[in-house]
Design a protein around this ligand. Sequence first.
Ligand SMILES: [Zn+2]
Ligand SMILES: [Zn+2]
Length: 332
Amino acid sequence: MGETMRAMRLHAIGKPLELDRIERPQPQAGQVQVRVLACGVCRTDLHLIDGELEKPEFPRIPGHEIVGEVTGLGEGIEGLSVGDRVGVPWLGWTCGECEQCRAGRENLCSKARFTGYTLDGGYAEYCVADARYCFPIDTDDPEASAPLLCAGLIGYRTWRMAGGDEPRKLGIYGFGAAAHILAQLALSRGQEIYAFTRPGDTQAQEFARRLGAAWAGGSDENPPDTLDAALLFAPVGELVPAALSHVRPGARVVSGGIHMSDIPSFPYHLLWEERSLHSVANLTRHDGEAFLALAPKVPIRTETRAYPLEEANQALEDLREGRLSGAAVLIP
Ligand SMILES: [Zn+2]
Ligand SMILES: [Zn+2]
């Protein structure tokens, strides 16, 4: 064995991650080797571990909110050098040839590969990544920047799909990592935030109010006003009819998650009057470039809780149980 590294790997669905010492990955042509400085913990990692996504190959290293430093270059790399800081997002590779790719919808490429899911990710001391999908990221605080790579990017795409800064009263269901980032962007554009949390989660409601939400309450409560759009970040199907019932005619309800429990049946009149329901799948590199340029201008300040790499299972449980305000970040 050459140089080694520590990694938290998933060996089977439903099992805790195991701390393994394995060979350090070497960059192939077109790839960079990245020393992981921080890696955010995302709800998608829970969906992967719980078997709610199609199974990848095992063992697998999760983690797709990576901020790191380039430590090695494969053949043919242009524009990145050893020592550069980069962000490695969920979208790890696309074919570039299919109709979706050629139409600028690489997020929908059927051959796409995903960091921390179908490719090894950042719950490790090192990873490799296709250089074309890495974002140069100018940060001296990797822990604070890591959640921008998914919670931020996917949240941004969800917000854009709901009309960007056009809706005045914006409902947000699930006030975790994505919501706390998006709320800052929305508030900077003069939008009003209506935050829905798990019923009785007064801590999350206080967090939302502290960030500037006009109203915060349980997802079983009625907001004081009709909403102009709603973003869903909680993976709970019951929230879809609830959100549709609180938005005005013509409004959009957009779900940002990769997985959601079944949506219960609901009367057509909730969708009637040109309300619409959308999902967001993955991200494009354009989303990443646009959002990462925007974040420092807002400026977006993330709230994080740091965990050592070997405490990844604890971080995942804290996320599952709603014990976090903001985002969990692993520091190898
Ligand atoms: Zn994610
Ligand atoms: Zn493609």
